[in-house]
Write a protein that binds this ligand. Sequence first.
Ligand code: AMP
Ligand code: MG
Length: 431
Amino acid sequence: MTTPSIASFINNASYQDDYDPNSMPVAKARHFIKQFLSPVIESEIVELRASLGRVLAADILSPANVPNYDNSAMDGYTFNADDINVGSTTRLKVIGKVFAGKSFTGEIARGECVRIMTGGMMPADVDTVIVQEKVSTDGEYITFTEAPKRAMNVRYAGEDLQLGKTVLAAGHLMHPADLGLIASLGIGEVAVYRKLKVAFFSTGDELASIGQDLKTGQVYDSNRYTLYGMLLSMGVEMIDLGAIADDPELLEKTLLEASKLADVVITSGGVSVGEADYMKLLLAKHGQVMFWKIAMKPGRPLAYGKIQGSPTKIAHYFGLPGNPVAVMVTFYQFVREALLVLMGQPNPPALPLFKVECTQPIRKLTGRTEFQRGLLFADTDGNWKVKPTGAQGSAILSSMSLANCFIVLDESIGNVDAGTMVQVQVLDGIV
Ligand code: AMP
Ligand code: MG
């Protein structure tokens, strides 16, 4: 697969009727970014548990059937369904016992049954299990009137996984269930793509770092902390290059260092218009970068491109807005998916959108997508509803901290009345 160059895209962009960098729809920007993403190819073998949150670099084939043998799904009695007296009582003689992981080697004649525990191996002459609660015992006999259907309560060999079949394909992101699934095959090591390296720094003369005194006009740099949190949950290797003043030489040095060290460089601040425009000049000097005003709120300015860190090293670049909420929204809406692709997952599943009732009115302009910070809550009847988390300015990080979802209002939506159904995107567990 050849990746088009961004330069050729930038040169051709003006000829595309619907390309407007001053009003780029969210979906379109996502699509543009995706065409330039080249995933990591190097892989390593890791112990099964260490693969959690990583992406498989090779298919996992089942070396066996799981389960390995036909077994009982219940504690009960196993017998041949031909022995059922349809419409009346069935009476069977109990001739033995089989526990989980054990087998019964004797013969079971017609009219006989064997006591069997969950996971016990199905003996050769029988095909059905009745749960113990449905039988009455009478010395060495059991009786029952409510008979199960043939094959009831039997788990068959290969029912979960079949020998030779692909259990999980390369490109799969490992979740807790996958660890168990692979363990159930007796496989203790797997091949995963190497960790993605992500370098980031904040830009702005006004930024102070924790531990420094806050001078007049300064704010503490919070973006590197939210980025740290979001990147940590994505399982990437992080390189934090600090808060850099709007000084062209320092910015250039840091940008080049970041591009040499990492696969992806993320900066916050300095990409909006009217800014001391050093970042733009630097990005033009060392790479191919597109600047968009996304038709969204918050998160309007966004830059994406590639930076030449050294003659042999190119890094992906994301220039996020400076405002703290905008950093998080653009990360969730653009960077997260791009990182998943770069980590080796070719088609990351879209984040689900659910419709729920919004209990408060929301003022909103058409023509842009808004990501309002929302709180999903259960009302007194136990129905889940959503409300915005208060003031929604893009610098108001507490609105994000209180939120457990985004209320996603797309371009066609205007003011929202209380009681309207709105789309929400749940935040917990996304990254
Ligand atoms: P900018 O995009 O650089 O114009 O920044 C937009 C707003 O976000 C300004 O009010 C900045 O002070 C603020 N800001 C930029 N970077 C940070 C940061 N790292 N932490 C907190 N606020 C920031
Ligand atoms: Mg700035």
